[in-house]
Design a protein around this ligand. Structure first.
Ligand SMILES: *Cc1c(COP(=O)(O)O)cnc(C)c1O
Length: 439
C-alpha cells in the first residue's frame, strides 16, 4: 500500500481554544510603552484603537482563551487545514528526510490571515464598531479583513501601499469584491498622506506610511476601529490554531518533528505554527529546532537590533520591544510583499532572545528556485513569502542526504501564490534580481 499523504482532522477536532505563549515565557515580555511618557501603555489608551476584548487578549496572561462559537463557525469554512507529506519533493531531492507541510492556502483569501481577521471582525461587531480601517502591503491582509468584514457586516476601509495598488490589481479587486473601499497610500484621505505626497509626489508608499494613515483614519472617524494583521500579541494568539492542529496531525503521521521552518514578515504565521511547539520545548523539554526564515533584503531578526521602536513611520503607535531595522527603513520592493516590514512581533523577538527559536535569511532568487521546485513536485504554487520556509527546508533536506541522516522537517506553508504569478513571471523570464526592482 502506498503511504498516506494527507493527515486530516475531523471538523470536531478543530481547536476550541487559542494558545497564549505569554503564559509560558520563562522571562516576561517587556511591555509596550506610551510614545510620549515612555510609561507602559494602559488599556484605555488602546481601547481608542481596538475593542476591549482584543485589548484584553493583547495583555492577557491566560494560557488558553476560548474561541467564540461564532468565530469557530466561520473557521469551519476552511479549518482544520490539511497537513501533507511532501513525498514527491522528498523523492526529487533524493533525501532520507521526511518533509511535511501545514497548508494555510485553503482559506478563502488564500493565506493564514483570515485566522485573525475573522475574530477581529467578530469582536468589533459585538462591541458596536461600524467600520474598520487598516493597511495592506501586497493585499493579503486587506483581502482577509475585507472577507471577514463582509461576513460580520462591517464597513472596511483599506490603505494599500501605492506600488502594490498599481502592480497587483487582482488583490485590490478581491478586496473590492468582498465590499471594501481601497485607497492607494499615500492617499489624499489623511493629513499624513497629504504631507507625504507634498514632500515626495512620486512616493511609492510603504507599510509604515499606510499604517499611519489607517490610524489617523481611525481616530478621525466615529464608529471606526483599527485592525492590524500581524505583529501584535492578539494576532499571534489567534494564529495558534495552526500549530495546535499541526501537533495533532504529526501524531496522526506518527512522527515528531526535528526541525520546523516558517517564514517571518511581522511574525504571525510563524508564531501560529511555532508557539504550540515552543510550549513543548519549555514545558516538556522537547528539542525541536524552530527556525524563522526572512528575506535578506528585510532582515529584522538576523540583522536588526532588539530595542524599543515604533510600529509606523509617523511615530503614532506605542513603542514595542522588538527586532527592528528602524521605523523609517524602506525595504526594496521584493516580490514577497508580506515580508517587507521593518519590525518583528515582540513575542517572536523575545523567543529569539531566549534561544527558543533561530532565524535565517534567504535571498529572493534562491527562494523562487525553491518555490518552482516545490510547485513542480507537489503541485501547489506557494506564496513567495511561504517559499522562504520552503527554501530553508530544501537546504536542510539536502544536508540530510549528504550526511546520510533522516530528519523530520515541518514547513509552514502560509499561503498559495496564485495571485502572485506576475512574480513567477519575473523569475521564469529571467528579469528577477536578488534585491531591488526587476529590470
Ligand atoms: C502576510 C503573509 C506573510 C507574512 O506575514 P506574517 O505576519 O509574518 O505571517 C507570510 N505568508 C503569507 C502567505 C502572507 O500572506
Amino acid at each position: 500500500m502506498s503511504q498516506p499523504l494527507q493527515f486530516l482532522l475531523r471538523a470536531e477536532e478543530m481547536p476550541t481554544h487559542w494558545y497564549n505563549l505569554l503564559a509560558d515565557f520563562p522571562e516576561p515580555l517587556p511591555p509596550p510603552l506610551h510614545p510620549g511618557t515612555k510609561e507602559p501603555v494602559t488599556p484605555d489608551l488602546m481601547t481608542a484603537m481596538f475593542p476591549e476584548a482584543l485589548v484584553a487578549q493583547e495583555m492577557s496572561g491566560e494560557r488558553h482563551i476560548e474561541i467564540p462559537r461564532e468565530v469557530r463557525d466561520v473557521y469551519a469554512l476552511y479549518r482544520p487545514t490539511p497537513l501533507l507529506r511532501a513525498a514527491r519533493l522528498e523523492k526529487a531531492l533524493q533525501t532520507p528526510a521526511h518533509i511535511y507541510y501545514k497548508y494555510e492556502g485553503v482559506s478563502p483569501a488564500g493565506s493564514h490571515k483570515p485566522n485573525t481577521a475573522i475574530p477581529q471582525a467578530y469582536y468589533n461587531k459585538i462591541a458596536g464598531t461600524k467600520r474598520l480601517a487598516t493597511e495592506t502591503g501586497a493585499g493579503q491582509w486587506g483581502s482577509s479583513l475585507a472577507f471577514a468584514c463582509s461576513v460580520f457586516g462591517l464597513e472596511c476601509n483599506i490603505y494599500m501601499v501605492k506600488v502594490s495598488f498599481h502592480q497587483k490589481p487582482y488583490r485590490k479587486l478581491l478586496m473590492q469584491t468582498y465590499g471594501a473601499t481601497v485607497h492607494a497610500s499615500p492617499s489624499d484621505q489623511t493629513a499624513f498622506g497629504r504631507k507625504v505626497r507634498a514632500d515626495d509626489p512620486n512616493s511609492h508608499g510603504s507599510l509604515g506610511i499606510a499604517i499611519s494613515e489607517a490610524i489617523e483614519d481611525t481616530v478621525t472617524h466615529p464608529g471606526t476601529k483599527y485592525s492590524l494583521g500581524s505583529v501584535l500579541n492578539h494576532v499571534c494568539l489567534h494564529q495558534s490554531v495552526i500549530g495546535q492542529e499541526s501537533i495533532r496531525q504529526m501524531e496522526l503521521a506518527g512522527e515528531e518533528p526535528d526541525v520546523i521552518f516558517g517564514c517571518a514578515g511581522g511574525g504571525s504565521n510563524f508564531a501560529g505554527l511555532a508557539f504550540p511547539f515552543v510550549q513543548r520545548k519549555i514545558r516538556e523539554g522537547k528539542k525541536y529546532r524552530i527556525v524563522a526564515v526572512e528575506p535578506t533584503s528585510c532582515p529584522s531578526l538576523t540583522q536588526g537590533e532588539l530595542r524599543y521602536d515604533f510600529g509606523d513611520t509617523a511615530e503614532t503607535t506605542p513603542l514595542m520591544m522588538m527586532h527592528t531595522l528602524g521605523h523609517t527603513f524602506m525595504p526594496p520592493s521584493i516580490h514577497a510583499g508580506g515580508l517587507r516590514y521593518h519590525g518583528m512581533a515582540p513575542m517572536v523577538s523575545h523567543c529569539l532572545k531566549l534561544g527558543l527559536i533561530e532565524a535565517m535569511a534567504y535571498p529572493q532568487m534562491r527562494v523562487f528556485e525553491a518555490a518552482v521546485q516545490f510547485a513542480r513536485a507537489e503541485g501547489i504554487v506557494p506564496a513567495p513569502e511561504s517559499s522562504h520556509a520552503i527554501a530553508a527546508a530544501i537546504d536542510e533536506a539536502v544536508k540530510c542526504r549528504t550526511e546520510g541522516r533522516k530528519r523530520v522537517i515541518v514547513i509552514g506553508l502560509s499561503g498559495n501564490g496564485l495571485l502572485d504569478l506576475a512574480a513567477y513571471d519575473s523569475y521564469l523570464s529571467g528579469h528577477m534580481h536578488d534585491t531591488g526592482n526587476d529590470d
